[in-house]
Design a protein. Structure first.
Lengths: 373, 427
């Protein structure tokens, strides 16, 4: 989280923090484990009133920011989502709202209105199964057929597909990407729930079999949405990192407290140099994760910053969380302790929107470009 | 008031845009374009080194004459009285151009900052303008052969003799001592009190009678590190910094500034300069020269090095901002130090790995593969120099996270009674 928030930003963040603490304390998060949707509609609708869905939408479309930089403001919320392992499709809904509010064609004002009001959600169908599971690899076909488009293929994992009214599908027409806003009840769409490690996030495999819609459902241009899709992927990576850093922060704070409270051989764990040095390493990774994520949020179109953030927060965040488990000992791998709520959230986020290895490959490409320039 | 807080008291500063314009005109009109720079110790012949230093003194004088020396140093001492933001702008404009690399660390930080914070008015007026003009290059007489990390365990002794002090002992790891001018020296003035309470800081010219400088050869052939032997070196009491026996107070800030490294607002360095042996941009060169540029494993390593470089820079910025606004304690500078050390060793390993067999044996025609093996031998310097990463981990856990201090057998004991290792044992 940014080191110097304004007082408006701080108030904004605190409002959501208080709301999450009251409405989704860990007991509620645990209860939602068995809830098919993973969140209550009313919880999400009231969250929308707190600004959860409007920050990436321009003012004339019904959105608006706190500081003038809506993405930075949104990372404050994502941070709190991570710190509380909070339920709700924060990333896909904001990506969909940002995309619909800026699209030159195919923007459905009614859908955007529902997103802003929190009365409906949209799932973003972007990732695909192997062998097309590398970041940015898209095989789902969107064919044009007269005044229609026809979609075929499989998307997975899709966050919150089972709860969404519409699907923002990122497919391919010939050589380039096309995005279509598909009502989830369109014939040929099948949503099959998947297993996941997160307690409240729901993922599904979505199959499109000869799904036919008028071309007016295409969002933006047919076959040339490259830049838009890359932009969405960077936004998603940044938000996912901000949330992951929140989870790291919660686990770290919890483990520091544990180190002071837990005594072995008549001394607190915090007095052992072997452990103190690991806490120093973890603190350094944590601050580095904050720093690079905030830098990426302030410059979302700098792919080097975004990939560095996603690679670092993924790799070093996992090390931090697993070391928190290690320092807790056996209790750290039980369901009864709360630590796993944050390990789960971070683990899911690490694997979505490009793994650390995917982003290192992107960074290597960028280095080569700089070198050649 | 600390040196770093001083800019707050200035009223209207030159705005950043006009400062940038002025800096750009000066830099492009007067300095040589040299491309990307590598910070850290270079291995080169002595005459070349001396010529470089002479040119850097000239460049520093040009900075002074043009109003760019000591951007964050108060006007009263010949500086510009501007802000860290101005220094950052200057650093950004400086990218690709020559600059006085040898004068930055330790002259501007920590030596100059210690003078500004603890020097007498007379000391500041004598030395600060001279430093800003490139006339005085400083170094630190801090570490001793008896102990590297335990700075407060200094054995170098100063005994009062009328208006003078007589210094005896040995100092080590003094980079560039063989051509530097002045030193900031920590010495023991009282052996009958616990170690932190019997230290005093002095300043002295390196060519003072009784100072003998020896150059130390490192694993890569570099001979920039030195050791000094002080035999009855006489220092006037007017060259004492801070109160007698209160040297640890000075030293705490001294080491804080030391940990700020290239992130100090008193240091001038082209923005984005890579530290260590090989900046991440050269990883692509190494992979290409080694014929591995399309190898996915090599690309993974290149990506990792790029990631670490980006995070390191952003982390340093965050720590500096946090310390400036008070959101983080000044002890948080150890976070940047630890990360820089770990990243330095990792990137050196990556460069060595990418070089393949040329890491073991190479010719002068091997391009960027040359020297990767010797760099690897020196890898740990990134985690040793400027305070070890073990010490940084102690600072972070104890001072930042508030965990219990390590047990120490030298607390509340007169220093002369503290157990010491075999004389001549190296630290």
């Amino acid at each position: 989280m940014i080191v110097d928030p304004t007082s408006d930003q701080e108030l904004f963040r605190e409002t959501t923090e208080r709301y999450l603490r009251e409405h989704v304390p860990v007991g509620e998060v645990r209860r939602l484990r068995d809830d098919p949707a993973g969140f209550e509609p009313d919880y999400w609708r009231r969250g929308a009133d707190l600004g959860w869905t409007s920050l990436l939408v321009p003012e004339d479309q019904g959105g608006g920011s706190i500081s003038g930089d809506g993405l930075v403001d949104l990372t404050l919320l994502a941070h709190e989502f991570g710190r509380h392992a909070a339920p709700g499709p924060l990333v896909p809904v904001n990506i969909a709202a940002a995309t619909l509010s800026r699209a030159t064609h195919g923007a459905d004002d009614a859908v955007l209105g529902e997103l802003l009001a929190g009365t409906a959600t949209v799932a973003w169908c972007v990732a695909e199964p192997p062998p097309h599971d590398r970041l940015g690899d898209i095989a789902v076909e969107v064919k044009t057929d007269g005044a229609d488009v026809v979609i075929d293929g499989i998307k997975r994992p899709v966050e919150s597909a089972g709860q969404a009214g519409h699907l923002l599908v990122t497919g391919r027409t010939g050589g380039g990407p096309t995005q279509v806003l598909v009502p989830v009840d369109t014939p040929g769409v099948t949503v099959a729930p998947m297993h996941t490690v997160d307690l409240t996030r729901r993922f599904a495999a979505v199959t499109f079999e000869d799904v036919r819609l008028p071309a007016t459902y295409v969002v933006g241009e047919v076959g040339s949405a490259d830049r838009q899709v890359e932009h969405q992927l960077r936004l998603a990576a940044i938000l996912s990192c901000a949330e992951a850093v929140g989870a790291m922060q919660a686990a770290f704070d919890m483990t520091v407290e544990w180190a002071f409270d837990r005594y072995s051989f008549g001394r607190p764990l915090a007095s052992y140099q072997a452990l103190k040095h690991r806490f120093a390493d973890m603190k350094t990774w944590l601050e580095g994760a904050h720093a690079v994520t905030d830098a990426a949020a302030a410059a979302p179109d700098d792919p080097r910053l975004v990939s560095a953030a996603k690679a670092f927060v993924g790799d070093y965040g996992s090390e931090l969380l697993q070391d928190c488990v290690q320092i807790h000992g056996g209790i750290g791998v039980t369901y009864e302790h709360d630590l796993h709520l944050f390990l789960r959230r971070h683990t899911v986020n690490r694997a979505l929107y490009g793994t650390p290895a995917d982003h290192r490959q992107l960074l290597a490409d960028l280095e080569r470009k700089v070198d050649a320039a | 008031m600390t040196a770093a807080e001083d800019h707050g008291s200035q009223e209207a500063h030159e705005d950043l845009d006009s400062f940038r314009q002025r800096a750009r005109e000066f830099i492009r009109g007067n300095l040589e374009h040299v491309g990307p720079v590598r910070l850290g110790l270079q291995h080169r012949p002595d005459d070349e080194e001396l010529a470089t230093v002479a040119r850097e003194r000239e460049v520093q004088r040009m900075f002074f004459d043009a109003g760019f020396a000591g951007i964050c140093v108060p006007l009263a001492y010949g500086g510009q009285g501007l802000t860290p933001a101005h220094q950052r702008v200057f650093n950004e404009e400086l990218v690709g151009y020559e600059f006085p690399a040898h004068l930055q660390i330790p002259t501007f930080s920590p030596c100059l900052t210690v003078l500004l914070e603890y020097g007498t008015e007379e000391q500041k007026r004598r030395h600060v303008p001279a430093i800003l003009k490139g006339e005085e290059i400083w170094l630190q007489f801090l570490s001793e052969p008896s102990g590297g990390s335990d700075v407060a365990g200094a054995l170098t002794t100063a005994i009062r003799d009328g208006d003078e002090w007589v210094l005896n002992g040995s100092k080590v790891w003094t980079t560039y001592a063989w051509w530097s001018d002045w030193a900031l020296c920590l010495a023991r003035t009282n052996w009958d009190v616990p170690k932190h309470r019997g230290l005093t800081v002095f300043i002295l010219p390196i060519n003072a009678p009784g100072v003998e400088v020896h150059r130390i050869e490192m694993l890569n052939g570099n001979r920039e590190f030195c050791q000094e032997f002080l035999s009855d070196v006489r220092v006037p009491d007017s060259d004492r910094i801070g109160e007698v026996d209160q040297g640890w107070t000075v030293c705490t800030r001294w080491m804080f500034h030391e940990r700020m490294l290239y992130n100090s607002p008193f240091v001038t360095v082209p923005a984005g300069s890579g530290r260590g042996s090989a900046g991440s941009l050269t990883m692509t060169d190494i992979a290409r020269d080694a014929g591995r540029i399309d190898d996915p494993v090599a690309r993974d390593l290149i990506g990792e090095a790029a990631m670490l470089e980006v995070v390191q820079r952003r982390l340093e910025q965050r720590v500096a901002d946090g310390i400036a606004t008070g959101a983080l304690s000044s002890q948080a500078s150890a976070i940047g130090r630890l990360f820089a050390g770990v990243v330095g060793t990792r990137t050196t390993t990556i460069a060595f790995e990418l070089a393949g067999g040329a890491g073991a044996a190479w010719t002068d025609d091997d391009g960027s593969l040359t020297g990767r093996g010797t760099d690897f031998l020196m890898r740990q310097t990134a985690q040793i120099g400027g305070g070890t990463t073990e010490m940084a981990r102690n600072v972070i856990s104890e001072r930042v996270l508030g965990m219990p201090r390590e047990a120490a057998l030298d607390r509340d004991v007169a220093f002369r009674d503290v157990p010491r290792g075999r004389p001549g044992g190296d630290g």
